[in-house]
Design a binder for this molecule. Structure first.
Ligand SMILES: Cc1cc2nc3c(=O)[nH]c(=O)nc-3n(C[C@H](O)[C@H](O)[C@H](O)COP(=O)(O)OP(=O)(O)OC[C@H]3O[C@@H](n4cnc5c(N)ncnc54)[C@H](O)[C@@H]3O)c2cc1C
Length: 440
């Protein structure tokens, strides 16, 4: 029944995080434009108005302004209290010194937000929850909210959704349950969630002035020993600093060891007090059988960009899936033709991203690597083009500003490669020569 779009459509969205709410907001907008009758039910088990993990989707909360700018197209306004810090610099701390990348373009602004109502302890009043803001807006525009987790989704002539002992039937079920959700039985569907990696995250309270003095608008990235984590990040967020560790070896112990590192203490000081903590998973691949008859997965449950701008991917996948459902239809063919190419494109780009991230272990293991990068970065005055490109790549690796394909193209530009080769040569031939950072 490809292309058959009946006048009325009943849709269940499992999960009211960004992907679920964006799906509802876009589907309601498109249905109004197309003059179609659409009934959407959002199932969400968490209450984003609660403090701590109970009300939070466990994320570092960095959002590019390009994502917030799309709120306008949905008729949403961004309340100023939502934005806790504006990020202007990313600093990568290496054994040779710190490599700084400043925002290359005013339109590439990055902000930090809380996904839930705020950390468990020491939360100031008046914080706005990003997830609650979206969910409230979806409900204000006509989505029905059912509080509670979904236990099962079953295939049949219509798709059946079971929650809190009650079942309802729908034309389409949209799986927007992320990778940290409650386990759910998917009867009759071949869907498998994407592979996920382990993260460790905590919120530290320093107070607004101290965060401003110590971090300002900078995100700090560290490359700790592998026995602690692959990398660790400090993000300023109003009076708090969010600490995220990727692939922490032993979770809370790794966090203690990370916070005890000299270079981390030099940024944070000794006054930081833990205010919250969680051990979430992060999606690192493509889910299997994302689309089926009357079924589609969006957001983390389908495909997301590797280690960056997951909320931007939630928006992009939700928008395309909603467009397909309203304008094309809800069969497997409809989603395969109009939606899956987007997910496959994200996955292809992530493969390039994985290649680029191979540099992280090399930066840790071979001292010549950070020395060469440091030389190149600090040669700005003499070789501005190459060092600007270098800073742009660093900015792009940790934000959603560019695709990994674009980053690879920038990283392999002849101008940059020749400068890097020279920097490598100098670092190999004169390894003992002190770098401007004062380190050898
Ligand atoms: C440590 C960490 C840091 C991150 N930092 C960033 C960052 O700085 N910036 C960024 O853009 N992205 C970041 N991400 C990625 C980002 O969190 C995700 O890409 C984004 O949350 C995906 O949105 P989603 O709606 O698909 O899933 P989620 O945000 O996980 O939302 C899923 C929702 O579904 C609900 N749910 C699950 N199962 C059920 C069920 N059975 N019934 C009913 N409801 C259910 C959950 O309660 C949840 O509200 C980070 C991820 C991690 C783990």
């Amino acid at each position: 029944m490809s292309g058959a779009t009946p006048a009325s459509l009943r849709v269940a969205v499992v999960g009211g995080g960004p992907a679920g709410s964006f799906f509802a907001l876009y589907a309601l907008k498109y249905a109004a434009l197309a003059g179609r009758d659409l009934a959407i039910t959002l199932y969400e088990g968490k209450d984003f108005r609660q403090f701590g993990q109970a009300g939070c989707n466990m994320c570092a909360g960095i959002i590019p302004a390009s994502v917030l700018s799309q709120f306008g197209g949905l008729g949403l306004t961004v309340p100023p209290e939502l934005i806790l810090s504006r990020i202007s610099t990313y600093s990568l701390h290496t054994s040779a010194g710190s490599l700084d990348a400043t925002q290359p373009d005013p339109r590439a602004e990055i902000v930090s937000v809380y996904r839930g109502a705020g950390p468990r302890y020491g939360h100031p009043p008046g914080l706005v929850s990003f997830d609650e803001l979206l969910l409230e807006q979806a409900v204000a525009r006509g989505a029905r909210l059912r509080r509670g987790f979904v236990q099962a989704v079953r295939r049949g002539p219509m798709v059946e959704v079971e929650s809190g002992g009650e079942s309802e039937r729908y034309d389409l079920v949209v799986l927007a349950s992320g990778v940290n959700g409650h386990s759910l039985c998917l009867g009759g569907f071949a869907y498998r969630p994407p592979p996920a990696g382990a993260m460790c995250q905590t919120e530290l309270y320093l107070g607004q002035d101290e965060v401003q003095r110590r971090l300002g608008g900078s995100v700090h990235i560290f490359l700790p020993p592998d026995c602690i984590a692959t990398y660790g990040i400090l993000i300023p967020k109003g009076p708090f600093v969010t600490v995220s560790l990727l692939r922490a070896r032993s979770q809370m112990r790794s966090l203690r060891q990370f916070l005890a590192l000299e270079e981390v203490r030099a940024v944070l000081g000794a006054q930081a007090r833990p205010a919250c903590g969680c051990l979430p998973s992060i999606s690192v691949g493509l889910a299997t059988s994302i689309a089926d008859e009357g079924f589609v997965a969006v957001g983390d449950a389908s495909a997301t960009r590797l280690y960056k701008n997951g909320i931007g991917s939630a928006l992009a996948t939700a928008q395309r899936a909603a467009w397909t459902a309203v304008y094309r239809g809800c069969t497997r063919d409809d989603f395969e033709t109009h939606y899956l190419p987007l997910c496959r494109g994200i996955d292809r780009d992530n493969r390039i991203g994985r290649l680029l991230f191979l540099e992280v272990p090399a930066l840790k293991r071979f001292g010549v690597m950070p020395r060469a990068h440091y030389r190149l970065a600090t040669s700005a005055q003499h070789h501005q083009g190459a060092s600007e490109l270098h800073a742009r790549i660093l900015w792009g690796m940790f934000t959603g500003a560019y695709s990994y394909r674009d980053l690879l193209r920038m990283a392999t530009s002849p101008a940059l490669l020749s400068r890097l080769a020279l920097a490598f040569g100098s670092s190999l031939l004169r390894p003992k020569e002190c770098l401007p950072s004062g380190r050898c």
